[in-house]
Design a protein around this ligand. Sequence first.
Ligand code: GDP
Ligand code: MN
Length: 385
Amino acid sequence: MNIHEYQAKEILSSYGIPIPRGRVALTSDQVERAAKMMGGRCVVKAQIYAGGRGKAGGVKLVHYPEQAMEYGKELFGRTLVTNQTGPEGLKVRRILVEEAVEIAREFYLSITLDRETSRYILIASAEGGMDIEEVASKSPEKIHTLQIDPFTGLRPYQARKISLALGLSGSVCEDCVELLMNLYRACQEKDCALVEINPLVVTKAGWLMAMDAKITFDDNAVYRHREYPDMMDYSQLDPLEITAGKYDLAYIKLTGSIGCLVNGAGLAMATLDVLKECGGEPANFLDVGGGATREKVAEAFRIILQDHDVKGVFVNIFGGIMRCDVIAHGIIEAAGEVNCTLPIVVRMDGSKVEEGKRLLRESGLNVQVGDNLGDAAARIVKMLG
Ligand code: GDP
Ligand code: MN
C-alpha cells in the first residue's frame, strides 16, 4: 500500500526526522495561501503515487505566492507521466507547498525488504537526488548496503559506519546516526516494505533534512494499523484494482489483449507463459484464489470485461477445492449480464468438469472449450488473430 509524500513526511517527522515546513493544498487558492505562509519563496510539489516527478515537471521552485498559484493551476487535474507511472500517468489532486531550502549536498537513503535474505536492508549513497537509478547501474560501488539482523536490530556502530561512508563528519555525522536509528524504528513499527528518502540533504546552514519521502506499507500488515485504510488516496489507483481489492481478488493489469481468469498464482504464471509461447499477449490476469464462490467468479469476470484492452477472455481453472460447474455458472452469469460477445476460451479440469463444460456449451455465449492447456491457449490466440 502506497501513501503520498506529505503523509510519509508526517510519519518521519513523528520519529524525529527533520522535514521542511509545509502545507497540503487541494485548490490553487490554497497553494497561494500556503506559499504566503512559507514567505513566498517555496517549492510546489505534485502529490502522486510515483517518483520521478522532478524530471517530469511535477516539482518547481517558485519565488512569489502568485507564481505558486499559477503553477498550482497548471498542475491540478493534469496527468503526470514520469518514469515510474507507466504511459497512462497519474492525475494530480493534491499539492504540497514547502519552504524552499538551500541545499548543500544530496544523499540517497532507504530501508527495504530483501526477499532473498528475508531481512531489512539499508541502502545509502552520497550520490543522491534524481539520478539514483543511473548511479546504481553505472557505479554500483557508490551504493552502500547493510543487511539488518532482525534479532539485534540496527546497531549505532553500523549506522555510524554508513554515515562515515557517506562522507559525513562531526555533528552532522552524529545527527545522521540518530536519523538512521529512527528511520529503522519507523520502518519496523509502521510495518513498511519500503521507506525511502531521496534526497536526504545537508542544508547550507549545516542541518540534515528529508527533502522527499516515500513509504510503502506491507499489505500483509495493514490489518494491524487501523489508520492506514483512511490514508489511502483512491484517485491514485486503477478503479478495477479497487474493485478487485474489495472482493479479495488479485488483479494485475498488463499490456496485451487477452483477459485471463485463473485460480492460483502458480497457474497464473503458467498461463501467461503458455499464452506468450503461442504468440498471445495477456491484457491482465485475475486470480480468484483457491475456494472462490460463484459470486466471486462472476465479479472477477465482470472486472475483466471492464478492461477496455480485453478483446478475448482465456479461462484456465483447475477445479480442486473449486468445482468446475460453479466456475461455469459464474462466467455465464457475468457474461450474460453485459451481453458479452467477446470470444471466450475455457480450459478446465478437475471436479465436476463434464458438467462445467456442458453448462458453457449450452450457454449461448461465444465460448470454446479447449482439450488441454496448450490447445486452449492456441485457440484464443487464433480467434483474436
Ligand atoms: P522526485 O523527482 O519525484 O523524486 O521529487 P523530489 O521531491 O525528490 O524533488 C526533485 C528534486 O527537487 C530534488 O532532488 C531536489 O534536488 C529538488 N528540491 C526539492 N525541494 C527543494 C528545495 O526546497 N530547494 C531546492 N533547492 N531544491 C529542492
Ligand atoms: Mn525524490
